[in-house]
Design a protein around this ligand. Sequence first.
Ligand code: SAM
Length: 291
Amino acid sequence: MPKPYLGNPLRCEAVLNKYGFSFRKKYGQNFLIDESVLEDTVDAAEIGPEDVVLEIGPGIGTLTQYLACAAAKVIAVEIDDALLPILDDTLSDWDNVKVLHADIMKTDIQKLADEENGGRPMKVVANLPYYITTPILMKLFESRAPIDSVTVMVQKEVAERIETGPGTKAYGALSLAIQYYAEPSIAVQVPASSFIPRPNVDSAVIVMKRWVDPPVKVNNETLLFQVIRASFQQRRKKLANGITNAGDLSFTKEQVEHALAAVGLDLNVRGEKLTLAQFGVLSDELNQFLG
Ligand code: SAM
């Protein structure tokens, strides 16, 4: 098996110069140049020789080389056509990598798992383009495609928002949405100096393991997410007002107060105090008013 060779600044720059590549900001291009971060990311994802990995945004193929050494197969989805000839070159030593030229937001992940892994779960590993971190994560989980873990480099603040629980400033709709689908834990802290070009923010690798049994079961999942979003719409306001005033919900003040009382919550409570389980019970109470 060939060894990964792109994980240092000199090699990375040599490849970029060879192809006269210019970074495209609109695609969130910050490439990794730190061997220990690359190794730690693959370790955190617990990739084994049986695994099929979906990589989002391979760039010049740096993380892809490490993944290809650990996994059975890597499917790498890249949007930027200027990177395709580079990936052809840098991944030519590995015969277990398939590069797809596509936008991950328009990719049918279920179909990919069917075609590339006989419908069995894949593991997602990526240094995500930060301009669409949340839409990508929500798509991966909401699509219900077979994915058993998602290990991604994201902005440090986003990793903290995903991981945290009630009562913290970072806690919000993103924490609850991800924690509904998966168990998150921050695995690696990554300084801005680990990338070229150097971003303005620090990063972290977060591992999200999809629950086998979801921690909360609700009668109406759409309503749960509407209630969560409404509760954090105006952070400093009471949750009851957020839900009553939400444009996509039509509960009366009395109904909301009745549901809060049934859950045993103070009528003045704010969304940031509620656990996912409490949001689950509250949305089931409210669901009874929907005919
Ligand atoms: N994996 C490489 C690395 O770590 O060096 C590159 C990571 S860079 C932060 C993000 C990559 O995602 C870029 O290669 C970019 O072109 C690609 N990308 C951006 N938007 C995308 C999309 N919608 N679908 C697929 N790839 C995308």
